[in-house]
Design a protein around this ligand. Structure first.
Ligand code: ATP
Ligand code: MG
Length: 360
């Protein structure tokens, strides 16, 4: 009998910068949940990545609560800790070592071209002179996470595709230089790669929904908060063109959340003819959102009744991740010749010690 094929490893994750939102749900969480059965899922709580824009002492002090909230959100949407490894990035130091080695293989100007770096700097209120090296190197650290786990599939939102491209380039370049160590990862982008934000801040819907931008509908928001936030979205108006309807943030929510596709088409058709206005669209979106979010809220409440469980899940997952990380780091050091460099020094030193013990 042949052994069953090993499951492909999947790795993705979130920065613990705030509670997860609807953009996460449609951009990556649904894919993660759907792939749990036939993939070996690894979910990283990327606290080192949060340090790229939140490194002050009091911000680090908020991490225990933020990590707890992100993992609570993951479990609430249906991630099963029995089938998925959930781990804390800073608890796996071998990843920092790997990131340093990967940094040698990518030009700085390649990283400067990545638009998300500028976005993250803006959300954190940093001007060009204040962007830390760590933020520029964000995609390299992300590549280290992916390659450390030897992951093959990476379900991400649209903004993160450019980061996975860096991981692919680094894996290919490394393998060319030193031999085939890394599987080449592949990004998986959902049908809603970039959900816009809501207008709870000025022009919030002109940018992607982000934890750090303050324009999000959080998975833990109450039904009233969700309805109120949806009402901030303005449609393209009475004499809109079909293109304006298709590209408007309001109808992006219709596409993402109105489950009945015939109803979604009818809303667009009637909107163009002035038969339907923003209020009716808000109602349709809010009704389907409520159906989606109510069970998530209920699971969240159940999980809250078991204090300490979340932390236990993260500790178990991090211990597992550490083992794999050291195995990968050893392969990398071997392939690059760093292991034999060290071993050579040790052997020479041992030989010298032996020789000195010999009598004259
Ligand atoms: P931050 O503002 O701190 O960067 P974020 O809201 O952008 O937070 P991340 O933790 O950076 O969230 O991203 C986690 C994952 O969710 C990534 O794969 C990212 O591409 C995806 N994602 C984030 N926002 C959206 C969105 N608005 N639409 C679709 N996917 C998204
Ligand atoms: Mg982000």
């Amino acid at each position: 009998m042949t052994a069953p094929a090993a499951k492909k490893r999947l790795l993705t994750g979130d920065r613990p910068t705030g509670p997860l939102h609807l953009g996460h749900l449609v951009g990556t969480l649904h894919n993660r949940v759907a792939m749990q059965d036939d993939h070996d899922c690894w979910l990283i709580v990327a606290d080192l990545h949060s340090l790229t824009t939140r490194s002050r002492r009091e911000q680090i002090g908020e991490l225990p609560e933020l990590v707890h909230e992100v993992v609570l959100d993951l479990l609430s949407v249906g991630i099963d800790p029995e089938r998925s490894t959930i781990y804390l990035q800073s608890g796996v130091p071998a990843v920092y070592d790997l990131a340093i080695l990967l940094q040698m293989l990518i030009p700085v100007n390649r990283l400067r071209l990545i638009p998300t770096i500028q976005d993250m700097a803006r959300n954190a209120g940093l001007n060009d002179d204040e962007v830390p090296l760590g933020l520029l190197g964000y995609p390299v650290l992300q590549a280290a996470d992916i390659l450390m786990a030897r992951a093959e599939v990476v379900p991400v939102g649209g903004d993160n595709e450019a980061h996975v491209a860096i991981a692919v380039e680094l894996a290919e370049h490394f393998n060319d230089l030193y031999g085939p160590v890394f599987p080449i990862p592949q990004a998986m982008v959902s049908s809603t790669p970039t959900l816009p934000g809501v207008d709870v801040i000025p022009d919030g819907s002109q940018r992607k929904m982000s934890k750090s931008a303050g324009n999000s509908i959080r998975l833990k928001d109450s039904a009233d908060e969700v309805a109120q936030k949806i009402r901030t979205l303005k449609g393209p108006g009475g004499d809109a063109t079909p293109e304006a309807v298709e590209s408007s943030p309001l109808f992006a929510f219709v596409d993402a959340f109105v489950g009945d596709k015939a109803l979604a088409s009818a809303l667009k058709y009637d909107y163009l003819r002035g038969k339907v206005r923003d209020e009716a669209v808000h109602e349709a979106v809010t009704a389907d959102l409520e159906a989606l979010l109510a069970p998530i809220r209920a699971r969240r409440a159940e999980l809250k009744a078991d204090p300490g469980r979340i932390e236990e899940i993260v500790v178990d997952g991090t211990i597992r991740a550490r083992e794999v990380a050291y195995q990968t780091l050893n392969k990398v050091r071997d392939a690059m010749g760093l292991e034999s460099l060290w071993n050579g020094l040790v052997e020479t030193t041992q030989r010298r010690a032996e020789a000195r013990k010999r009598p004259y």
